[in-house]
Design a binder for this molecule. Structure first.
Ligand SMILES: *Cc1c(COP(=O)(O)O)cnc(C)c1O
Length: 417
């Protein structure tokens, strides 16, 4: 499922592999290794074992009884990707690519990271597999995301701040490709989501399909029939495609992707590529998709309260599923996200990541219109602990402010200022 419709890696008009000539051979090798792994049952078995022993899979499907009662409509189930090692679905992808790296016999991995979550996941995988690891990160992001940079370094990775361009994610991606060109023989680029040149979208979607496989079995067991709808937030699109694949061939299951509405899709501060009028077809970072860009093709600044959804492009697979109408796209604003988060924490004792809370927003809008016999699934891509700085700031919590100021004072004193 979800394999590209031809060798060049197109999904409808989207995708492809726009790569520099020097990387051609590397991509040929990667494709061969990936196809071999995909047709080798022992690879998937080894992957399942690894994910169960190291990352807590299968993750539970939790019936959210209190939320269901609160809205009085559909039975709401939550797929708990937050219970993965490192706290999100990203582990599914990096551990899968790690196994592939082992099979390819390479010794070094590189990755790009924006908010730092993919960097931490990759550094974790590299430590476990004994691989050298270099993470490219925009200088701006290094400054904003110190806790994740700290962990990457403690996990043994080298973090390289990128000072080109806007000093954020897209500049880090360019720099990672530059590195790869110089060290193709011993290095694999662990791409973070279902974007980039073929075969990355298809390969990452394959690793993430473990979410949908589990969720399908779990909902059949717990609810006895398929859900009416499945909700997932969409940054690059990997957690969404992961769970959607479990239900793709059942047209009666509505698939809903929720993008970052930021301050509102009518403003210039959001990251919705499938809604609104700020995105257009383009080729960048090795693939063709809908990019947020101006009329000269310059990438636009994006905004979301959730760092992981703050991205200019979208998976070519999802762009195609949007065209065909198989996936319905919605957007959730920062404000709606905070409200959904607060309700979920207080009613269920569960703290979704800000990214995941986008999916909750749309599910909460739809649930009251459905019957008690129907079920819906929300893919909770990650846990919210990582977001404490942003969430505490957004709720304008005075004791949190006092805590931060107090810590600052302590450090200033200890540094002799
Ligand atoms: C990175 C991240 C996302 C966005 O990535 P996708 O590829 O769209 O899944 C969503 N949720 C969490 C918790 C993340 O860490």
């Amino acid at each position: 499922m979800n394999q590209a419709n031809n060798k060049k890696g197109y999904y409808g008009q989207w995708g492809g592999a726009f790569i520099p000539e020097v990387l051609h051979e590397t991509f040929v090798q990667l494709n061969i290794a990936y196809q071999k792994a995909r047709s080798d049952e022992s690879f998937w078995k080894e992957y399942l074992q690894l994910m169960s022993n190291y990352s807590g899979r299968p993750t539970p499907l939790t019936f959210a009884e209190n939320l269901s009662n609160h809205f009085g409509g559909a039975r709401i189930y939550i797929k708990r990707e937050d219970l993965n090692h490192t706290g999100a679905h990203k582990a599914n992808n990096v551990m899968g690519q790690g196994l592939l790296v082992k099979r390819m016999g390479k010794k070094r991995v590189i990755a790009e990271t924006g908010a730092g979550q993919h960097g931490v996941a990759t550094a974790t995988m590299a430590a476990r597999f004994g691989l050298q690891c270099t993470i490219y990160m925009g200088e701006e992001d290094v400054a904003r995301q110190r806790p994740n940079v700290f962990w990457m370094e403690k996990l043994g990775a080298t973090v390289v701040p990128v000072s080109n361009g806007a000093k954020t994610l897209k500049d880090a991606i360019n720099e990672a490709f530059r590195d790869w060109v110089t060290r193709m023989d011993d290095t694999h680029y662990v791409f973070g989501t279902v974007c980039g040149p073929h075969p990355f979208p298809e390969m990452v979607a394959w690793f993430q399909s473990i979410i949908g496989q589990e969720a399908r079995g779990q909902i059949m067991e717990q609810h006895g029939s398929l859900p009416s709808a499945v909700y997932a937030c969409v940054g690059g699109g990997s957690n969404a495609l992961g769970i959607f694949q479990g239900f793709m061939n059942n047209n009666e299951v509505e698939l809903v992707g929720v993008e970052a509405g930021g301050k509102g899709i009518d403003t210039d501060q959001h990251a919705t590529r499938m809604k609104g009028d700020r995105a257009a077809a383009g080729v960048a970072q090795g693939y063709k998709t809908m990019f947020l860009q101006d009329s000269d093709g310059q990438m636009l600044d994006t905004h979301s309260i959730a760092a992981g959804l703050d991205y200019v492009g979208i998976s070519p697979i999802l762009a195609d599923l949007g065209d065909s109408g198989r996936v319905r796209f919605e957007a959730a604003t920062d404000q709606e996200v905070l409200e959904a988060l607060e309700l979920t924490m207080k009613t269920e004792g569960i703290i979704p990541a800000l990214e995941s809370a986008h999916a909750f927003v749309q599910a909460f809008k739809d649930a009251p219109r459905l019957s008690h016999e129907e079920a819906i699934i929300i893919n909770m891509s990650g846990r919210g602990d990582k977001d404490i700085f942003t969430i505490a700031h957004s709720f304008d919590d005075p004791s949190w402010k006092a805590f931060i100021v107090g810590r600052g004072d302590e450090y200033r004193k200890s540094m002799g200022e």
